[in-house]
Design a protein around this ligand. Structure first.
Ligand SMILES: *Cc1c(COP(=O)(O)O)cnc(C)c1O
Length: 226
């Protein structure tokens, strides 16, 4: 299948899932995860109307950005953020999805250039309390959210999670449901979060059923990574 065909199919599925689960039409955005994909495939996606791209590795992303200078593109950094990479991330991306500690948030805030709008940020949640995994423990979310909300060059937009991979749909939904409850709890505390970054190629239906507003899909759009 070509990228054009895959992209069309994924968009149709997203629209169908919105309808099935009573979501507003077009309330779910597709972030095409282009890590490990060649420029030619990204260009094909752009030619077919895709504007939002997600990358995990800084140098790879910067190389691609230097070739793809279309002003309508928005680049989202979705990988783990290393301390020594924050400046370039703050300078070149419009979103980061996986902030999980205040030190990284403070660096991004200080290094975000004044000529750019605030950097959009999601907090990554360690939903299943997996010790080896990145993400904030559920019990620490509220404190971190308050700290990030106080930083002027960041805008706290929402939560992101990568649940433990499971195949059973009801279990996928159960994980994302816990993320949605957290999101609602933060908004009840006075935050105005509008983003749930949830769902990948294998589980985006469950994520949409539970309220995802951004699905991050790589292989589903581009095919296997190189
Ligand atoms: C790679 C990646 C994705 C996309 O995964 P696919 O299974 O290819 O859809 C989504 N989110 C994150 C954080 C990733 O690292």
């Amino acid at each position: 299948m070509t990228v054009a065909e895959r992209l069309k199919e994924i968009n149709l599925q997203i629209r169908a899932h919105e309808k099935t689960y009573g979501r507003e039409p077009n309330s779910v955005k597709l972030l095409a995860v282009s890590k490990g994909q060649p420029i030619a495939k990204i260009e094909e996606a752009i030619a077919n109307g895709q504007c939002l791209f997600g990358e995990n590795y800084l140098q790879e992303a910067l190389d691609k950005m230097s070739h793809l200078t279309n002003a309508n593109l928005a680049w989202h950094f979705i990988g783990t953020i290393q301390r020594n990479k924050t400046r370039k991330i703050a300078e070149h991306f419009s979103w980061v999805h996986a902030v999980d500690n205040i030190h990284i948030a403070e660096r991004l805030n200080e290094q975000r250039p004044n000529y750019l709008p605030p950097l959009n940020v999601c907090i990554e949640v360690n939903l299943d309390n997996e010790p080896q995994k990145s993400g904030v423990a559920i019990t620490d979310i509220l404190v971190l959210a308050k700290q990030i909300a106080a930083l002027p060059h960041l805008t706290l937009r929402g939560l992101m999670a990568i649940p433990k991979p499971v195949d059973i749909f009801s279990e996928q939904r159960a994980s994302y449901h816990r993320l949605t409850l957290l999101f609602e709890r933060l908004n009840a505390e006075g935050f105005a979060l509008d983003t749930l970054s949830a769902g990948m190629s294998h589980d985006f239906e469950a994520a949409i059923a539970e309220g995802a507003t951004i699905v991050r899909i790589g292989t589903g759009v581009f095919g296997p990574r190189e």
